[in-house]
Design a protein around this ligand. Structure first.
Ligand SMILES: [Zn+2]
Length: 215
């Protein structure tokens, strides 16, 4: 799952408009941001198998970012951090925590069994990556549904829906670029490329939030 994760950020933004979009865009991918850093540092391991259908990633070892208890810990940590550092209200902070947690069930849908139920425990994953066409359709579909929902919620508050349309277009362009770009096999290239993409998406989200409420 790649851009499909941003569906959680869009749904969260619709539910909690006062939460900054960049915290949600970063939050929905937070455990992958950790993964990118840990892959570079050699703490977690992954390789590339070009013969695989869909995602060519083989996620061999990622207990600290993608096991169920650690994702809960990242979620709680993120909620506490935005509450303390950004002084967000309780509900807005909880929404950030929930958005971070959404990463795990969405990854569970598409990953081959590589998500640990506890650290060092059984690995789960429905494996939709093995069926690339429906998998991509689900990612884009989730994005489209939540994007329309967010646009409609802006409209209902008397705000322009165009920032929602702009961010959606950006995310779909990101997905197309990712589909056409082979995953780098060396850990530094693999980790730094995903970190760069998530950073660009967070900056784009911050810019979208600064757009005037009315066009
Ligand atoms: Zn992930």
């Amino acid at each position: 799952m790649f851009v499909g994760h941003y569906a959680a950020a869009l749904a969260a933004k619709a539910a909690s408009p006062q939460t900054p979009l960049w915290t949600l865009a970063l939050g929905c991918q937070l455990v992958d941001v950790g993964w990118g850093a840990f892959i570079i540092a050699g703490i977690e391991r992954a390789s590339v198998d070009a013969t695989l259908p869909g995602s060519t990633l083989v996620l061999e070892h990622m207990p600290w970012t993608h096991s169920l208890p650690m994702v809960l810990a990242w979620s709680l940590g993120a909620a506490v951090l935005v509450k303390l550092l950004l002084r967000l209200p309780m509900w807005a902070s909880a929404i950030v925590g929930l958005t971070v947690f959404s990463h795990w069930p969405l990854d569970w849908l598409v990953h081959r069994p590589d998500l640990e139920l506890w650290i060092g425990g059984d690995k789960v994953g429905l494996g939709l990556w093995n069926y690339p066409v429906p998998e991509q359709a689900i990612e884009i579909g989730l994005l489209a549904i939540t994007g329309v929902f967010w646009g409609a919620s802006r409209h209902a508050r008397g705000q322009s829906a165009w920032p929602a349309a702009l961010f959606m277009t950006f995310l779909i362009a990101l997905q197309l670029t990712a589909m056409l770009t082979p995953m780098q096999a060396n850990p530094v290239g693999m980790g730094s490329s995903v970190l760069a993409v998530y950073l660009i998406a967070a900056v784009a989200a911050a810019l979208v939030d600064r757009a005037p409420a009315r066009a």
